[in-house]
Design a protein. Sequence first.
Length: 345
Amino acid sequence: MNLRQLADSLGLSQTTVSRALNGYPEVREETRARVLAAASAANYAPNSRARRLATGRAMTIGHVLPLSGREELVNPIFADFLAGAGEVYAREGYDLLLSIVPNGEVERAYRQMAANGSVDGVMLQSPRVEDARIALMAELGMPFLVHGRTGRFDDYSWLDIANVRAFRRATEFLLDLGHRRIALINGQEEYDFAARRRRGFGDAMAARGLTPDPRHLCEGVMTEHFGFSAAAAMLDGQDPPTAFLVSSIISAIGVRRAASERGLWLGRDISVICHDDVLSYIGNDATTTPEGPPFTSTRSSIRDAGRRCAEILIGLIREPGQPPVQELWETELNLGRSTGPAPAD
């Protein structure tokens, strides 16, 4: 069955049927429901070319991935986000255009997308505290959504987690266990999420009249090796930390390796809390026992975030005049086996 035959069977115009299938808001809900039911019964699915011709849209969402030599396409956080977003794109009939460019070519890539009409909107990820892409998107006039947010703009659409509250609460938990020498192994603090996590950690320490030891503050690309080398240096130094707050489960695995090599047990000799993102391939629940998961963590599903970001962005594309959509998700503090009372000096 083609579009014309489906429209004829319903006694509707092809334009109305096409708009109902593609989510246009001006189609009445009862009409949309009737069209969707008939299309499902007939196993009708418009091909991509037909969708583009009918809607005048590219039916494509753009993602630009800059390669600076330190980020990798196989990053599991990026992959999980893309998997979640991709589910929604496929369901709504959108394709994904992934443009991989050198770090200095990011602006050119976005300008090219806007100039040739290859995408209907773009998804921005990993925003910096100072991020020129927000102003660029406003200049180009393309619908966009930021996964995260920046420190200087508030008139755009974004979805973020409450990073300050998450890391303040995690730090308070360690302080309540008696820990005072707490290390922060953070992501790169030029990025907004890491800057907010540093703030939450600092706020909690200051509220108890404590000043973090500069030797116990470290930022970098959140790899296992980074977590290992940072923790190893701290544990081998003077006045080693009794607890670690780590911005990624990937880095926390490195912290665990450094502790193990020094004969230290997590939850007894040192404590570790990480942000785990509920990753599909490095799950904190993978080896859960009756005593709980391996790590105490601030939990947030990156795949769920990908799904919701895609839904919001497609909504912005379909209704371009609506006000900015802004969602702040809270995290859970999930207790595991990696935390315990501070050991006696």
